[in-house]
Ligand binder design. Structure first.
Ligand SMILES: *[C@@H]1O[C@H](CO)[C@@H](O)[C@H](O)[C@H]1NC(C)=O
Ligand SMILES: *[C@@H]1O[C@H](CO)[C@@H](O)[C@H](O)[C@H]1NC(C)=O
Length: 290
């Protein structure tokens, strides 16, 4: 009977060892980044470490099979080109944050695979996770669209959004001479990407139909480029004896109905499914009465 406590003790010891082992070095960061030349990059990076270690130093390296080229170190002289003078550790080492900022990204950085080494004198803390840098000369596409399906009289909201890697100097967005209430915001998309969003809102008027609106996007160290969009408004119809159905035609799966309202021609189309089409007049009247 005497062997039982010994066994239990041994078991607990094994368990304790396993728990310590489980708290191994671990780094969490994206595996690639797509950055615009001339901009900056923030590589989000966090790590955990065995409790036996007290991390105080982080050096970032470029992956190489035999050497250890430094891309960030407090010893600026040790940093290789094209990273020299351009990298900054923005994470707090004590709180397990190894985030790196690269200022003024250049095309020469394309293809580099970077990794952090926490307490570089500790061999075990060298991890195999790398982040691959893609440097582009072409800014990411601009999303420019009208929110929802506004009718005349509604508040028209036009949204212009662009993805980027540089929250410190985000691209600036402008609607040029379009008047309205402008709101700007920046959201984190995760994995080292952010989105700058500008929204302009104004009351939609009939004259806005077909109007072309531009969003001017300016990335750091790059010329401002506009993106254009045409406003499409739905007509707001009231039932009145002045509403006539001018043309109604069904083709394939849609019906096109052209309406005349109080002498003003509205070219907006009502798209109905064919099943509704067969009794379209009834449908349209009830629609207009709503
Ligand atoms: C790491 O530090 C950066 C810069 O201060 C911060 O933006 C980020 O939120 C931190 N990450 C975590 C996981 O705390
Ligand atoms: C507005 O409608 C026209 C004609 O249907 C279409 O060609 C154009 O793409 C539409 N514009 C937008 C921004 O949806």
């Amino acid at each position: 009977m005497g062997y039982r406590p010994v066994n239990l003790c041994f078991l607990l010891q094994v368990l304790w060892c396993a728990m310590v082992e489980a708290q191994d070095w671990h780094v969490d960061m994206p595996t690639k980044t797509n950055a615009l030349s001339g901009s900056c990059v923030v590589i989000p990076c966090s790590f955990t470490h065995p409790s036996s270690h007290n991390p105080s130093v982080i050096i970032w390296y470029s992956y190489h099979s035999t050497k250890y080229p430094v891309v960030y170190s407090t010893d600026a002289e040790a940093v290789i080109k094209p990273f020299r003078g351009r990298t900054e550790l923005i994470g707090d080492v004590k709180s397990g944050n190894c985030s790196l900022k690269i200022n003024y990204v250049v095309p020469d950085m394309n293809g580099y695979q970077l990794y952090p080494w926490i307490n570089p004198d500790t061999v075990n803390s060298r991890l195999t996770l790398n982040i691959l840098c893609f440097i582009s000369e072409v800014p990411s596409t601009v999303d420019l669209f009208v929110e929802g399906e506004p009718k005349e009289g509604d508040t028209l909201r036009i949204i212009c959004a662009v993805k980027h890697t540089c929250p410190f100097f985000p691209p600036t967005l402008s609607f040029g001479d379009t008047n309205g209430n402008v709101q700007n915001e920046q959201t984190a998309l995760g994995q080292g990407y952010w989105q700058t969003i500008s929204t302009i809102s104004f009351p939609a008027q009939v004259s806005d139909q077909g109007r072309v609106v531009g969003c001017w996007v300016s990335h750091m160290r790059r010329p401002t480029v506009p993106k254009w969009m045409e406003i499409n408004l739905s007509c707001k119809f009231f039932f009145s004896p002045h509403v006539f159905i001018l043309v109604s035609a069904c083709k394939q799966f849609h019906c096109w109905v052209l309406l005349l309202n109080l002498g003003r021609i509205c070219f907006n189309t009502f798209r109905l499914f064919k099943s509704v089409c067969s009794f379209r007049n009834t449908f349209l009247l009830s629609h207009l009465l709503d």
